[in-house]
Design a binder for this molecule. Structure first.
Ligand SMILES: C[S@@+](CC[C@H](N)C(=O)[O-])C[C@H]1O[C@@H](n2cnc3c(N)ncnc32)[C@H](O)[C@@H]1O
Length: 212
């Protein structure tokens, strides 16, 4: 995808409103602002939520709230996101935008390591979720995948972000823990017939896994 073509694609398809644009502009100069999903990915996820008719969703990695606002807006009024993060600082900004977007009542934020939060949900007998978005620390991706798969209903969808990891996954000289973790999960998922699978070159790579 060239920059001019990406610009054209956005010009003819992106419907980002003023609130999301402001959130993106406030996040961009932050030291880790690049962690935010792209606006076209947010719009794509809204499409998924609506096609699925999702009501109950999981989010692993909130940051300043862009993906959670996109998902929350696509949910019905009684829809819910169980949102996991460890950062009080970043999620306080997310909370500010959730309030302004009128979606705060749809989002339960758990500030704790997501492995722990998801395990508590499993141990409490929770389940039947329609959708999960995994976008947090990469070394735990495999655990998040297993936990989310457990918590999903059959036919539910997991979206996993950064699966191409800036191209590093295809470069065997790159052996840092994050790259290795994503590469291993990608390979495992190909052979995992508990799910239907599709990997898309959206953003930094997005894998969709539909629980059979
Ligand atoms: C890539 S950002 C998420 C971006 C977000 N989805 C968006 O749309 O802007 C990753 C987030 O994962 C969180 N995180 C990192 N390690 C975590 C952990 N062990 N448990 C829960 N969240 C974690 C970080 O605090 C950060 O907010």
């Amino acid at each position: 995808m060239t920059e001019p073509l990406a610009g054209y694609m956005r010009a003819v398809s992106l419907r980002e409103d003023a609130l999301l644009r402001r959130l993106r502009e406030e996040t961009a100069p932050m030291p880790l602002g690049v962690m935010q999903i792209s606006p076209e990915q947010g719009q794509f996820m809204q499409m998924l939520i609506r096609i699925l008719g999702a009501r109950r969703t999981l989010e692993v990695g909130v940051f300043t709230g862009y993906s959670s606002i996109c998902v929350a807006r696509a949910l019905p009024d009684d829809g819910r996101i169980m949102a996991c993060d460890v950062s009080e600082e970043w999620t306080s900004m997310a909370r500010r935008y959730w309030r302004e977007a009128g979606v705060e009542h749809k989002i339960s934020l758990r500030l704790a390591p997501a492995v722990q939060t998801l395990q508590e949900l499993i141990d409490s007998g929770d389940g039947g979720y329609d959708f999960a978005f995994i976008d947090a620390d990469k070394e735990n991706y495999r655990t998040y995948y297993e936990q989310c798969l457990h918590l999903l209903r059959p036919g539910g969808l997991i979206a996993i972000d950064n699966v191409l990891w800036h191209g590093n996954v295809a470069d065997q000289t790159k052996q840092d823990p994050d790259t290795v973790a994503i590469r291993q999960l990608n390979s495992r998922m190909l052979a995992d017939f508990r799910v239907d699978l599709s990997m898309l070159p959206v953003g930094d790579g997005l894998t969709l896994a539909r629980k059979r």
